[in-house]
Design a protein around this ligand. Structure first.
Ligand code: DAH
Length: 363
């Protein structure tokens, strides 16, 4: 019985010894290597099975056979480790000699939105005025008739209130005053002056509403109102500020022209034109004048109207409780849409309000 056990044990050792190396060497990947190792040296492996037979061996042979078996176990383990390293190295070599992974290739970008051209131009305009010391203020789009017209010096039933073609809001029972969608941001002159004392310098951007609808007019559009009040403010200050504004927006060489005009809340009142940046007729060369003669944007005049302005009328000061003997000031109002159209060469104002990304993404 014990002779059989010895025989079986020795045959088993010989069998494993003869084949383990070639079995392990033949494995080309880690998974199959581990599988072969488990078949030999795992808990139910061939070699492990043999070691379990040890107690059955006759005592005089147990030691020698045991040493043999342990040596074989170590040899299997060493061969496994060597082959594992060889496989890892082969994998790494294949990676290094394979095609390059270009980590600098740009990935796919998310399509992000961007600021609307009107918002962009409004920010630019506000930048210019804040750098000149003006505060930015905001107010409601629905306002009282009083703030939109009366306190600005429009006499009751003045044709101007009609001319503005306003959107009135149906009066509620018991309401003393009519409200309307403001027709201009000049309401903010009244609101700010009633809120604070001079000196003050503000700009107020925002939406305004009129019953107009064609290529150059939209029933809703954007204005920016400016107001500066202090002691000793003169027309020279108005001219300096607005000239600087035009130069910052349209370039240092752009000609700026002040023309007299009428608005009830200023005296004297004026309008500011700048040289047409589409034909640049102001360059005065033969070619420039030829471009001007053909220019449809400035209608061959060489100039574009960009804003209304003037010295605040004493009546407005009295209406808001300022002493008109002590204080003077200037005001101006410009169309942000109009400046955006000039800046980007847009010929129809309605493009700005249709939210068509095919148009917006070109700007
Ligand atoms: N509110 C005027 C309009 O909408 C524009 C304007 C003109 C504003 C003269 C002013 C100004 O402050 O002084 O047509």
């Amino acid at each position: 019985m014990s002779d059989d056990a010895v025989k079986e044990f020795e045959e088993g050792l010989a069998k494993v010894e003869a084949s383990f190396r070639s079995q392990l060497d033949a494995c080309g990947d880690e998974q199959s290597l581990r599988a072969v190792n488990a078949r030999i040296a795992g808990p139910t492996g061939e070699l492990t099975g043999l070691l379990k037979l040890m107690p059955k061996l006759p005592g005089d042979q147990r030691k020698v056979l045991g040493q043999k078996a342990n040596a074989l176990k170590s040899a299997v383990s060493a061969a496994f480790d060597t082959q594992l390293l060889a496989i890892a190295k082969a994998v790494r070599d294949a990676e290094l000699s394979g095609p390059h992974l270009d980590v600098t290739l740009p990935g796919r970008n998310e399509r992000t939105g961007s600021l609307h051209p009107i918002t962009r131009v409004a920010y630019e305009i506000m930048d210019v005025f804040t750098s000149l010391g003006f505060d930015i203020v905001d107010g409601p789009e629905i306002d009282l008739h009083e703030n939109n017209f009366d306190k600005l010096g429009f006499p009751p039933d003045h044709p101007a209130t009609d001319m503005q073609d306003s959107f009135f809001i149906n009066a509620e029972a018991g309401q003393k005053q009519r409200s309307l969608l403001r027709t201009h941001t000049s309401t903010m002159q009244v609101r700010e002056m009633q809120k604070r004392k001079p000196p003050l310098a503000i700009v107020a951007p925002g939406q305004v509403y009129r019953r107009d609808d064609d290529v150059t007019h939209s029933p809703m559009f954007f204005q920016l109102e400016g107001l500066l009040v202090d002691e000793g403010v003169s027309f020279a200050h108005l001219k300096g500020v607005l000239t600087r504004f035009a130069q910052r927006m349209f370039g240092d060489n752009v000609p700026v022209r002040f023309r007299p005009s009428y608005f009830p809340f200023v005296e004297p009142g004026g309008e500011v034109d700048i040289g047409c940046m589409i034909c640049r007729g102001y360059e005065g060369t033969k070619e420039a004048l030829a471009r001007q003669a053909e220019c449809r944007v400035c209608k061959a005049s060489g100039y574009l109207e960009v804003l209304g302005c003037g010295m605040v009328h004493p009546v407005v000061f009295e209406n808001v409780g300022y002493d008109s003997d002590k204080y003077t000031g200037f005001a101006f109002g410009l169309g942000i849409d109009r400046i955006a159209m000039l800046r980007y060469g847009i010929s129809d104002i309605r493009w700005l309000y249709e939210n068509d990304v095919r148009f917006l993404s070109q700007i």
